[in-house]
Structures are given as C-alpha cells and as structure tokens.
Design a protein around this ligand. Structure first.
Ligand SMILES: [Zn+2]
Length: 238
C-alpha cells in the first residue's frame, strides 16, 4: 500500500513538472535549472495602434469609406494572430473610439489628447515593439502600394521597417518598390516612442483598385498576417 502511494506521488510530481515545462515553453521561455543562468529569449510585448477613431476618420476613399475602420480590422486580426502565436499584445484602441481625456472638446484638441494617450500606452512598457496602422492618400490616384515609415533617430526602428517591407514584397506585393522612409517630428508617435516603432501605410485609398482591395475583409486579413510576420521576422532577427 505504502509503495503504491509513493508511486502515485512520484507520477503526480512528474506530471506537474512536465506541465510546468510545457506551460513555460508555451510562454516563450525555456525552464531554467537551479544555479544555471537562463539564456532564454525574452520576447517583446507587441503594442498595436490603429490610426484614427471616433469623430476622426482619417483619410477617405472615393466611395466615402474612411481609413479608421480598415485600420481597426487589420489591428484586430493582427492582435488575434499575435495572441495565438504566444505574444502578449496591447492595443491603443480596439473599437471605433477616440481615447481623448474626458472633458476635452473640439476635434483638434481631442485628436491631440488621443495622440498623447496613445503615446503614453506605447511608452508604458520596457521591452516592446510597436506598430501603427494607417491608410495612405495622394492627389495623384495612380500611386499604390504599402510603405513603412520609421524614426530617423533609431536604427532598430529602421530594421523593423525593413523586415516588414520584406514580408510585404515576398508575400503580398511582389511589384512593390517603395523604400522604407525615415521621418522626424512630423510623425509624433514615431518621434516620441521609446521602443522600436513603425507606421505601416498599408495602401492608397486614393487609388480606386487598391481602395477596393483594402475595403475587402479577406485582403485586410492578408495585410494583417503579412504585417504580423514582418514584425515577427524582426523580433527573431531573420
Ligand atoms: Zn491615417
């Protein structure tokens, strides 16, 4: 009886240790033995930002579709994919709202407050990588294609932009020749983010064909997965 009890206890301990190891692997870290320095890679947290929300719709396609809904849809798929892949994800907004402070009135003041609060979320985390999702617009309707913008202050941010651009070309837009573009203080979030952060202009709503693609839920999912795997490539140094 005593031996059987010991065996049950031993089996129970093995199950617990195995479960702990599997759980730990699932969180992206390998279990460390006592006295051994863990070299496990600490995966950064992803901060996803959908440009515009609420009264601020951003740029608008010829058929009247504002960019804010497209940005949000791409963000939601990225968020869900990243979570399935084991990332911790924070979103600056997950529905069509402006996150300005209560009591702020007037669209321009609300936009400023919304931007300040998004930056505060982005800068709250030490080990993070951030991506802001937007749609582009230009006076000449012939222009199309995704383009990545990064802060000229940060080489890491440049590398992130190149990784995402690489995925855009390899999996979604093989003809895309748009170079990643450095920016300064004209892009508030990129200029003030403490972590590597890029802005993804996913395409031009001023181009009729591309606007139709960007408004399609299936294409939005393709774009979201492409952006996610680009960020993942940067994190894993591919
Ligand atoms: Zn925008």
């Amino acid at each position: 009886m005593r031996k059987k009890g010991q065996l049950v206890m031993l089996l129970g301990a093995i199950v617990c240790i195995s479960a702990a190891a599997i759980f730990s692997e699932g969180q992206g870290a390998k279990p460390a033995s006592a006295g051994v320095v863990s070299t496990a890679f600490e995966r950064p947290l992803l901060v996803l930002d959908a440009g515009h929300g609420g009264a601020d719709g951003g740029c608008v396609a010829a058929d009247g579709t504002p960019e804010k809904g497209i940005n949000l849809s791409i963000l939601q798929t990225m968020r869900d994919t990243a979570a399935v892949m084991g990332y911790d994800v924070i979103c600056t907004r997950e529905s069509d709202v402006s996150i300005h402070d209560e009591g702020v009135t007037g669209l321009s003041k609300q936009k400023k407050s919304d931007m300040d609060n998004r930056l505060a979320i982005i800068n709250k985390y030490e080990n993070a990588v951030a991506l802001s999702i937007h749609q582009n617009q230009f006076t000449d309707p012939k222009f199309c294609g995704a383009q990545m913008f990064y802060s000229q202050k940060s080489e890491a941010t440049h590398a992130l932009a190149e990784a995402v651009k690489g995925r855009i070309v390899s999996t979604l837009q093989p003809e895309n020749k748009r170079e990643t573009k450095p920016v300064g203080d004209e892009l508030f979030l990129l200029d003030n983010a403490k972590c590597p952060m890029i802005m993804a202009e996913c395409g031009f709503l001023s181009n009729e064909g591309e606007a139709q693609q960007l408004e399609s839920p299936v294409y939005q999912k393709h774009m979201a997965l492409t952006l996610f795997f680009g960020v993942n490539d940067y994190i894993y140094g591919q």
